[in-house]
Design a protein around this ligand. Structure first.
Ligand code: M6R
Length: 617
């Protein structure tokens, strides 16, 4: 949540920062701002609204400089106003600061600063931090350990801070320098030619450099035109490790698509190929993972799995639970990360803990990981963003390798999580009771997933036409059973988050214990009704809806015949292995939600009130 960019170099900082903000806009888009330093002058422009709004405002002024910071906001403290937008400038005019995170003890600090005569123009926690830096700067006169006074006053301030932050700070007395720091909010440093860029994530800097340093919690980066230095809150010097980003700027661009969500839906066959590449054993009977850091023997001895995640990733965990229990016969528990972290649930000692997170920065998932580690459990992460906080703090893990996911509504990250979940189930099953030949069959089925997904995507024109007919409704139910119950939850989440239609996901048979009261001509139901052992039971549930005049959109497998007149619309997906079915079944609900949202004129990639990665509680 919130995107931050800082630039020190020889080029025009304004253009680079505005481009970076545009790419980070998916992290928050309530308001945006920029501050560029020219000598001892701070030039500030900030506006409520989108980055385009800010760019128009900037174009009206002569704003130049080779050092600057910019921010795109997702409001936490204080409404969406120009005054609450970042950067914030200290009341003595010496510092400008951008911030991603929440300062929990800001009220006490604000009371203290007010008594000292500091003035505030906004309702934000960030402005308090900025003024506290100014306060320490005014007090601090000495240089410590060769570090500049600028760095020292930021360090001193951060020692008093409770909460989370990724920050970048300018100081009028240190032209061409930026100080950045992080705690539980992401911050990376791009190391370019004669330039350094601080950013919340790689998309803001990948057009200028692929060399990055992933800052760790409690680290402070000091950028100057010629070099950068990293130290800790305790004043220890840190030797930086420079990593390479393994994707290019083209991967984060729209190309011929209208929205990132559309692009990412259609990228899924390729994304699945990437997620499975090199992950099958030479004998073709099981999965293999490079980064688990746990021996096959240790894996075999496990008695239980626990999965924690949020949102769409939580739905992927539910499908994984179904597949592990079905094929490996090991009990699995799935919890919302936000609940687990406070629930203090008893765990069996031979439990392996997994977290799933596309961004690797979701604060609740990170906190669940830390809580599990605190209790002595080994934690594995399924994660897409390389170098993310979750990837770094986990004991081992599996990268999704699907490239940047920009659309707020998760699509390709979801299906790759389903694929990896299915591979984990296979890996464990083969260590236990699954035979060699069943393993080979399972592997072949997973390898077919990209092609089957492509076939499901070919239904897009038909689904678009259905979407036009159903975009007018205000309520919808999504119903599915077994491994497709989580897909019903996912379908409902997808629809509500981008089209603002109220939608609920339920196990199909559970519908008659309450939700059926909603059914009428004005509440359609989307049914997952693939060919299966319980097909007839699903058909019975559909009849119950039909008897109450509820319109039905059925998603069924090719060659399956539904009773005449039961479904108002039928979408076919290819028949496939149980482990692949949820992946293929995701496609029609993603497309349906996407086309309905477009039909309703919604801002698909930037749905109201949401942000891509939720880094606040
Ligand atoms: O980055 P994460 O996978 O941890 O994100 C978890 C959720 O915030 C995310 O899946 C969210 O529910 C999506 N907007 C759903 O499309």
């Amino acid at each position: 949540m919130c995107g931050i960019v800082g630039y020190v170099g020889k080029q025009n900082a304004v253009a680079i920062i505005l481009e970076g903000l545009k790419r980070l806009e998916y992290r928050g888009y309530d308001s945006a701002g920029i501050c560029v330093q020219k000598g001892r002058k701070l030039n500030l422009i900030k506006k409520a609204g989108r980055v385009d709004n800010l760019s128009k405002e900037v174009a009206k002024h002569r704003m130049v400089g080779t050092t600057g910071i910019g921010h795109t906001r997702w409001a936490t403290h204080g409404g969406v106003t120009d005054a609450n937008a970042h950067p914030h400038v200290s009341s003595d005019g010496k510092f400008a600061l951008i911030h991603n995170g929440v300062i929990e003890n800001y009220a006490q600090m604000k009371a203290f600063l007010l008594k000292k005569g500091y003035k505030f123009k906004s309702e934000t926690d960030t402005e308090v931090l900025c003024n506290l830096i100014a306060y320490h700067y005014a007090k601090e006169n000495s240089r410590t350990k060769g570090q500049s006074r600028f760095v020292e006053c930021v360090r001193k301030t951060l020692r008093h801070v409770e909460g989370t932050y990724g920050i970048a700070v300018l100081c009028v007395d240190f032209p061409s320098e930026i100080v950045g720091a992080r705690k539980a909010s992401p911050l990376i440093l791009g190391v370019g030619e004669d330039e350094y860029i601080l950013a919340s994530d790689a998309s803001a800097l990948v057009s200028r450099t692929q060399n990055v340093v992933y800052l760790k919690d409690g680290e402070i980066a000091h950028l100057t035109p010629k070099n950068f230095f990293i130290s800790t809150l305790d004043q220890a010097d840190v030797s930086p490790v420079v990593d390479k980003i393994n994707w290019s700027v083209a991967d984060a661009e729209l190309g011929d698509y209208a929205h990132f969500m559309e692009k990412e839906i259609f990228e899924q066959p390729a994304a699945l190929e990437n997620a499975m590449r090199g992950r099958f054993s030479a004998d073709g009977s099981t999965a293999q993972f490079g980064g688990l850091n746990i021996t096959p023997g240790e894996f075999r001895d496990l008695e239980r799995f626990m999965f924690c995640a949020c949102g769409t990733a939580w739905h992927a965990c539910l499908v994984t639970e179904h597949l592990i229990e079905r094929f490996a016969r090991i009990p699995v528990e799935v919890d919302y990360a936000s609940e687990f972290r406070y629930r203090n649930s008893p765990l069996d000692p031979r439990t392996l803990f997994f977290v799933m997170s596309q961004s690797g920065e979701t604060i609740d998932t990170l906190a669940a990981l830390r809580e599990a580690k605190r209790k002595g459990y080994r934690v594995m992460a399924v994660n897409n963003v390389v170098g993310s906080s979750i990837a770094r703090e986990a004991d081992g893990g599996i990268y999704q390798h699907v490239g940047p996911e920009v659309g707020v509504a998760s699509t390709k990250a979801f299906t790759s999580q389903l694929l990896i979940g299915a591979m984990i189930a296979l890996y464990v099953a083969r260590m236990r009771d699954m035979s060699f030949s069943d393993g080979v069959q399972y592997v072949e089925a997973l390898k077919a997933a990209p092609a089957l997904t492509r076939r499901a995507l070919a239904q897009a024109p038909k689904i678009k036409a259905i979407a036009k007919r159903y975009a007018k409704y205000q309520d919808m139910l999504f119903l599915g059973r077994l491994s497709l119950f989580p897909l019903a939850l996912e379908g409902a989440l997808k629809l509500k988050e981008i089209s603002y239609i109220h939608a609920e996901g339920y196990p199909a048979a559970e519908m008659k214990h309450g939700p059926i009261a909603l059914v009428s001509e004005s509440c359609p139901s989307v049914f997952f009704a693939p060919k299966s052992e319980i097909f007839n039971k699903i058909v019975s549930s559909m009849q119950e809806i039909k008897a109450r005049k509820g319109p039905i959109i059925a998603i069924t497998t090719e060659g399956t015949e539904l009773p005449e007149g039961l479904a108002d619309e039928t979408i076919f997906i290819p028949e496939c292995h149980e482990a692949v079915l949820p992946i293929v079944a995701a496609i029609p609900v993603q497309l349906l939600s996407y086309y309905i949202a477009v039909e309703r004129g919604c801002d698909v990639d930037k749905p109201r009130n949401l942000a891509k990665s939720v880094t606040v509680e």
